[in-house]
Write a protein of this length. Structure first.
Length: 147
């Protein structure tokens, strides 16, 4: 029996920088950390990688989790920091906010690049920005009026 989504996962070139950004700017907490050294057959089988090694953290925000990996082996392929949201794979993570415009200004000052200013929609406001690794983070605010 399926019970629901537990988490999504992202790979980063710098785990500590990623954690710091998400803690300072989104209020995430580190729920737990883990990792493994190269040469563990079970880890290689699970990840379908050869001689894999990584350190990782599970970040918690409210009732949601985001798992973050920094692989040291095999050497990760670089990715386009401005990967388009229409390309196959995970397109973005979404954070629900209050006071969209204040959050937009705060996060922009913290180094997030936004595709555009917040956009009004029937249910409130929405904005897409990019974290320090280029991952798309959607901010979503539900309001009564939506302006």
């Amino acid at each position: 029996m399926l019970m629901g989504f537990h988490h999504a996962a992202i790979s980063t070139p710098d785990l500590e920088r990623f954690i710091d950004f998400y803690q300072r700017n989104f209020g995430c907490e580190v729920a737990w950390t883990f990792g493994w050294n190269a040469g563990i057959p079970e880890a290689d089988a699970l990840t379908d990688l050869e001689n894999s090694a990584a350190k990782a953290a599970m970040l918690k925000l409210g009732d949601s989790f985001l798992e973050v990996f920094e692989f040291s082996s095999p050497v990760p392929r670089p990715r386009d920091g401005d990967r388009r949201v229409c390309d196959h794979g995970i397109t973005h993570i979404c954070l629900q906010v209050q006071d969209m415009h204040a959050e937009y200004e705060r996060l922009q000052a913290a180094g997030m690049r936004f595709h555009s200013p917040p956009q009004a929609q029937d249910t409130g406001f929405v904005a897409y920005g990019r974290d320090l690794d280029g991952n798309v983070v959607e901010l979503l605010e539900f309001t009564n009026a939506g302006e």
